[in-house]
Ligand binder design. Structure first.
Ligand code: AMP
Ligand code: MG
Length: 421
């Protein structure tokens, strides 16, 4: 009988893999919340919504230096009004004397009875008794240059939802409603190790056959940028027992074990059997390029109150490792923190390059935005060329088998949004 021809194993579409990963991660959302000072909450994920106990701004105030008055008191340009008071920011004036103007400065509350502010550039101050008077050179509209009480935030409104990752501007908004402390999720604890006997650390001599371990730095940085506490377990040799021991150790006290390398199909790829022996494992051929092998599973925690720790094994090629992290690990980390987990929305931008020979896998091409608002392609898209990942502003998400002709719109994923900062 003839050998049956071996069909290439079916590759798993990214969306399906993400669905499965996120389903598991959402069952394991980190429950512990902590209260941290708003000062120290950058990058953390809110466990509870932030509501405002006040209107912002708390009172009508002026957005210009000038004069507060009643618009009806200025029927024509050139009207002169006596200046009845002076109101710097932080001072609350008295009710406006009818038929007068109040000298006022940006941020100060508009006095009761005034309904408009005239900017000082459209006035002339005239000397005289007391505070003198002012000539108004433009007929004002009621409401002009007045920032209304509550125009930013209404008292009782939710200003930040649970699950929000706290950006600098979110911290500012929380502070603007008076929140001195915030309830946030505990940071995900991630154990990281690299596999590969060829790897040495920068600072060590590069012996023949060796390369420097770059993934350790890239992945550690990505984890830190995603708000994780990282335990760096260094380089684990290509050896079954050493890998099993590293996994057992990594399982304790962590939410996720992340590795690079050793998940292909060679005899020197020991991670898969090691994880299988210590827990459970799925190995997927992801239908993405760069990327493809992704291992996903869990390692039993025998000595730490039982349970298991999630495991994700990334490919070793530096660009594959980087891109696969952005597309799979970053969403899992968001889901573990109860944040919206999906990939960021793509922008439709013009390709200023040709891509005549697409892959049958969904490709993530390293591109850069040029001064004309189009996209340029890094010339070498090989999965080992890490320069491409530094040069790029983002990735073009190209559907399987789709050629790109210069001038067409393509899906662009900005690097910052993928990394989550
Ligand atoms: P592997 O997935 O272990 O078969 O590795 C695939 C390729 O990535 C090989 O060329 C490795 O030398 C390289 N590689 C694996 N791990 C790393 C690492 N931590 N840093 C840089 N290159 C790596
Ligand atoms: Mg290897």
């Amino acid at each position: 009988m003839a050998e049956p021809t071996r069909a290439a194993p079916a590759l798993l579409p990214l969306d399906e893999a993400l669905e499965r990963l996120l389903a598991v991660a959402r069952e394991r959302v980190i429950a512990d919340a902590q209260t941290v000072s708003t000062f120290d909450a950058l990058g953390r994920v809110l466990a509870d919504p932030v509501r405002s106990a006040l209107d912002v701004p708390p009172a009508d105030n002026t957005s210009m230096d000038g004069y507060a008055l009643r618009a009806a008191d200025v029927p024509a340009a050139g009207t002169v009004l006596p200046v009845s008071q002076r109101i710097p920011a932080g001072v609350v004036g008295s009710a406006l004397v009818p038929g007068s103007a109040a000298r006022i400065f940006t941020g100060a509350q508009v006095p009761a009875g005034a309904d408009a502010v005239v900017m000082q550039e459209q006035t002339a101050a005239l000397a005289g008794e007391g505070l003198g008077s002012v000539r108004i050179d433009v007929v004002p509209q009621a409401g002009q240059w007045v920032r209304r009480r509550g125009e930013d935030v209404i008292r009782g409104a939710e200003v930040l939802a649970a699950g929000t990752r706290l950006t600098p501007q979110a911290l500012g908004l929380a502070a603007s409603v008076g929140a001195a402390a915030l309830a946030v999720r505990r940071r995900p604890r991630v154990a990281l190790f690299s596999t590969g006997d060829e790897l040495v650390m920068p600072g060590e001599p590069l012996k023949p056959g060796a390369i420097y371990n770059s993934n350790r730095f890239t992945l550690r940085g990505l984890l830190q940028a995603a708000g994780c506490e990282v335990t760096d377990l260094g380089i684990v040799p290509d050896d079954r027992e050493a890998t099993r021991a590293a996994l057992r150790r990594a399982a304790i006290g962590h939410d996720l074990i992340l590795t690079s390398g050793g998940v292909s199909v060679g005899e020197e790829d020991h991670l898969k059997p090691a994880v299988e022996a210590e827990g459970w494992l799925h190995t997927w051929g992801l239908a993405i390029k760069p990327g493809k092998p992704l291992a996903f599973g869990a390692v039993r925690r025998d000595s730490d109150g039982g349970g298991e720790t999630l495991f994700m094994g990334l490919p070793g090629n530096p660009v594959s490792s980087f891109v696969t992290f952005l597309l799979t690990v970053a969403p899992v980390l968001r889901a573990l923190q109860g944040a919206p987990a999906g990939l960021p929305p793509a922008l439709m931008l013009r390709a200023d390059f040709d891509w005549p020979k697409p892959d049958r896998r969904r490709e993530f091409l390293r591109v850069r935005i040029n001064a004309a608002g189009g996209l340029e392609l890094f010339p070498n898209q090989s999965s080992g060329v890490l320069t491409s990942a530094v040069w790029a502003d983002g990735l073009v998400d190209n559907p399987p088998g789709q050629a790109i002709r210069s001038g067409e719109l393509v899906r662009f994923l900005p690097m910052g949004a993928l990394i989550g900062n």
